[in-house]
Design a protein around this ligand. Structure first.
Ligand code: SAH
Length: 463
């Protein structure tokens, strides 16, 4: 980070700007939102700036800047759009102790002004160190849309109400109160009654929250999808936003854990397929304990929690304790993987059944209806199938499957290091041994990557 973001106290302080044209006006529009004392110095001053001066928003000195003009200024902007003049005035301001900025000149500026989303007193500042102004604009546009326009009003009135909320216990209870205010009751009150509706809404809401007694824990059993954060559902994101505790699987990626509420406790309950692992019953107990402590627990599972996720054991443990829970589905590895090889899970005239099968279960290698699977056109998505590949291959061939049946293995689906390996049933082993995959992998029996995808993949490998 080359620039450190701060919010500078400028109320009543002096900010000086040298320049009287378009660049000066653009900066002044921002600066006039503050309570700083603004002085504009330039030999030629645009009519709009004169109007602002007449309205008492700033002071004008109508001549070129001279030594002494920036005395006691905390910030100084050079906006003459003339390199030589900007360098001259900046030298004066620096000698007089101001922090200086030259408009559109990152290298010569001591500070830069971020893109701003203004919901005063809530202000979001976005900076890219000058590297990607387009990106800053896009983020700004996105936030402008997302943050309720009444947020500023709500924050201002909410601030005056903070002491009243002391009747609620600290932590979860208070957070729930404020989140219900800012994102639900508050905006509704403003829409219905304007600013005057906000305080009564706060009072009603507080009454409701005081009435509702002890804190109840809750568990969201959430699908995290295959790894790419963009493949999370909005429900999953919202749950992560609210979580006090996140208990996650080994396969949940760091990028997704990043999205959890900053104060959330993150617990890795990772269970490697064969290595040392936390027992399922211990995980159940862990979830239950945190919920009984009154926390909002997010149990975050790779893919979809209902697919090979041992969801039912956790649900039963919660039901036994009468803990409220909700299941939030996710994109399972098979769905994400098939999309990335340009195929469908089902296809008219090819397969009207798709089997999601596991390579191993509690008893070891899992048995399946091999006769049915061996028929032409069958498709199966094999989860946890790396170690059992030879076993599956043997069973299918023994039951008469065509050795030329396409098989596709996709490792690290949706992640930066995704790898697609196309082979056939006959070649499944040794292809897999050779590939020596370290990441999670899903195997499609009966599907080859669509030609275009396979070609793109080859080009990538050659590159
Ligand atoms: N609930 C998960 C599956 C858990 S079982 C889901 O719906 O996807 C774990 C197996 O899922 C892994 O052995 C692997 O076969 C598959 N898997 C999960 N995430 C994967 C990923 N990103 N890429 C490839 N396979 C994945």
């Amino acid at each position: 980070m080359q620039h450190f973001p701060i919010f500078l106290a400028v109320a009543g302080r002096r900010i000086v700007l040298s320049g009287g044209g378009d660049a000066a006006m653009a900066k002044l529009r921002l600066l006039m939102k503050t309570e700083a004392r603004l002085t504009v110095i330039a030999a030629e001053i645009a009519p709009d700036i004169r109007k602002w001066a007449a309205a008492g928003k700033l002071q004008i000195i109508e001549r070129a800047m001279e030594p002494g003009d920036a005395l006691c200024a905390s910030l100084f902007y050079a906006a003459n759009e003339d390199d030589v003049e900007d360098a001259r005035v900046t030298a004066i301001a620096q000698a007089e102790g101001a922090l200086t900025n030259i408009v559109d000149n990152l290298a010569e500026s001591q500070f830069i002004t971020p893109a701003i989303v203004d919901r005063d007193p809530v202000t979001v500042a976005i900076g890219t160190e000058g590297a990607a102004p387009v990106l800053a604009r896009a983020i700004k546009a996105d936030l402008e849309e997302r943050l309720p326009s009444s947020l500023g009003v709500l924050a201002r009135i909410g601030k005056t109400f903070r002491h009243a909320v002391d009747v609620l216990p600290m932590g979860r209870k208070r957070r729930d109160f404020w989140s219900a205010f800012y994102f639900n009751k508050g905006p509704k009150a403003v829409a219905a009654y304007g600013e005057a509706g906000v305080l009564p809404a706060l009072e009603n809401l507080l009454d409701d929250h005081v009435m509702t007694g002890a804190v109840q824990g809750h568990v969201d059993l959430v699908g995290a999808g295959p790894g790419d954060p963009e493949l999370l559902t909005l429900k999953a994101r919202n749950a992560l936003d609210k979580a006090d505790v996140v208990i996650h699987d080994r396969l949940v990626t760091p990028e997704i854990l990043e999205l959890a509420r900053r104060e959330a406790i993150i617990i890795d309950a990772g269970k490697t397929g064969f290595g040392p692992s936390m027992k399922q019953s211990d995980i159940d107990a862990l979830i239950v304990q945190h919920a009984l402590d009154g926390h909002h627990v997010v149990r975050l599972k790779a893919g979809d929690p209902t697919v090979f996720g041992r969801l039912d054991e956790e649900v039963e443990a919660l039901e036994a304790e009468g803990i409220s829970y909700r299941i939030v589905p996710g994109i399972t590895a098979a769905s994400a993987a098939v999309a990335n090889i340009g195929q469908s899970l089902t296809r008219r005239g090819r397969n009207s059944v798709i089997r999601l099968i596991t390579g191993h279960d509690t008893k070891g290698y899992a048995d399946h209806d091999w006769t049915a699977l061996a028929r032409p056109g069958e498709v199966a998505a094999i989860y946890m199938g790396k170690k059992s590949a030879r076993f599956i291959q043997g069973r299918l061939l023994m039951h008469g499957a065509d050795p030329a049946t396409p098989v596709t293995i996709i490792e690290n689906v949706s992640r930066a290091d995704q790898q697609i390996i196309a082979t056939t049933l006959a070649e499944l082993e040794p292809t897999l041994s050779r590939a020596n995959l370290q990441g999670p992998a899903i195997t499609f029996y009966g599907l080859a990557p669509r030609a275009a995808v396979s070609q793109a993949q080859t080009l990538k490998e050659l590159a």
